[in-house]
Design a protein around this ligand. Structure first.
Ligand SMILES: *[C@@H]1O[C@H](CO)[C@@H](O)[C@H](O)[C@H]1NC(C)=O
Length: 120
């Protein structure tokens, strides 16, 4: 009985070692809650998924400057050993300010920057 519970733990621990070797580059998507409308408050999301190891920096940029009032979800673990995280911030598009998401990860030689495509 105890054995049946114990075995999966051993399998998990053994796999910690193999996990260390896994590296997956993050997939980054930037989108807003509502279609962009000039002067109308919106939420910009930066959804980063499918990466490993879990160490990552996700920054929302406003005209290239890191935004401070940013909310971030917990890092969640997916069944395929990769991680995902959502970062979002309130914005009010003015028609010319550019928003983007910057992601730093060990698999990326330079930070990956994905712009929020605002279609007016
Ligand atoms: C995240 O940012 C910190 C501070 O700038 C830096 O030291 C660290 O290397 C970065 N992490 C990654 C995974 O790029």
């Amino acid at each position: 009985m105890a054995r049946a519970v114990f075995l999966p733990c051993v399998a998990f621990l053994l796999c910690i070692a193999c996990l260390e070797a896994i590296q997956k580059t993050p997939n980054v998507q930037v989108y807003s809650r509502y279609p962009a409308v000039k002067g109308k408050e919106n939420t910009v999301h930066c959804y980063v998924e499918n990466f490993h190891p879990p160490k990552i920096n996700i920054t929302l940029l406003k005209d290239g400057v890191p935004m401070t009032d940013v909310k971030q979800s917990d890092l969640s673990f997916k069944p395929d050993w990769t991680f995902e995280r959502l970062v979002h911030a309130q914005v009010t598009p003015d028609g010319y300010t550019e928003y983007a998401c910057k992601v730093e990860h060990i698999t990326l030689p330079t930070p990956k920057i994905v712009k929020w495509e605002q279609d007016y």
